[in-house]
Design a protein around this ligand. Sequence first.
Ligand SMILES: Cc1ncc(COP(=O)(O)O)c(C=O)c1O
Length: 455
Amino acid sequence: MPPKKAPAQVSPDRASNDRVDVRGPIPGPKGARIVEEDTRLMMTGTKIAPLAVERASGVWVTDVDGNRLLDFTSGVGVLNAGYSHPAVVRAVQEQAEKLMHFAGADYYYESQNRLAERLTELTPGKFEKKVFFTNSGTESVEAAVKIAKWQNSRPIVVGLLGGFHGRSMGALTVTASKPSQRRRFDAFAGGGHHIPPPYCYRCPYHLEYPSCDLYCAKILKELYFETSIPPQDVAAFVAEPVLGEGGYVVPPKGWHQAIKSILDENGILFIDDEVQAGFGRTGKWFAVEHHGIIPDIVTAAKSLGGGLPLGAVVFRKELDFTYPGAHSSTFSGNLVSVAAGLATLDVIERERLLDAATARGAHLIARLKELQQKHPVIGDVRGLGLMIATEFVEADGKRTPAVARRDRILKEALTRGLILLPCGKSSIRYIPPLVVTDEELDQGIDILDQAIRAA
Ligand SMILES: Cc1ncc(COP(=O)(O)O)c(C=O)c1O
């Protein structure tokens, strides 16, 4: 279907004539000091570039040395409504002045009910649902896995190789996008099994869609359930609607339906992990809507809180615990985060950011395909809405992942004022805030073009 026409000016509060302004090296002197201190003081985590940000608005970020950069990461998938959206900031300020915390897990907040109600309406499926609020994507997946295992007393969850669902022990049972995530922890992340991903550009079986007849879905029943995974012991199958950290892999048409029918035959729940793809990123509220199935449990976080820590699990009502105490958390549904969440959903609706994601996404995909014609190092351009990636390959005709070159491109882009994130083995993802304009996308593409040449 051709993309619906989005409003010409999607975010009237923002000027669209902003330009990247890099005044010196990144990091500059202030940034370098912060990076040095951080390296000394902070646990080794997942730092990716020496960038220390001071303020941001819309899609524009100013670092501590005064450089003005264009952000195509949305703060790692969080700021779908743009940085410092005035409506979200106002909601946070108003709530913070009234009451910040009174343990929403243990007492009652009207605003939690309002947000829960919105989520039960927005998530796919016209059946009664319940909600648990969390503070992160990991916690949402953790809760979803517990709900599924508790409900059917089955010990196993199955995920996809390449899938990322967080790093706490329960979530780690299904996370499998890099060995570093599981190293030394594998023994504790019990009850997780994985099958190869539906990754057409690098089909694990060297088949072609559609003549493959979706072997990558059928293999769950025809091989795994016949050999290593007893289906009667499987509580849930967990998948991202678009593999995120695993490389922005979009499953082929029909894959979700084929998997879901195998799960239904065996009484296995489907957990749809929308932590990265949710809330308009792909042009729908939830990316699974592109795939035409109804999940039993949806996990969300990142963009829900508009910049504050907020996640949620939304599930069929009948999966609820039958007694108190099986799961809870002190900060579950913190009042300020919930206010930010309600305001963020309002902005997404009012500014028609689903339509904007579809229209801007079509523009960005077209521009990236133009770049692909110029630079054969871009092997694949793929995505849904404004959840887009390019996969970089060597010029050897064998699609060898160009990992070092991808990393150089990221550095060259940052030096020129464009913030990008990697994903998969040799891909770069493009996930600007949904309020981005075509002009801003074009500015980013010009910088990317220069960065690829330089690398
Ligand atoms: C699909 C998915 N699930 C879960 C997580 C974990 O979320 P968090 O980092 O908020 O714990 C992520 C984080 O990138 C994610 O992309």
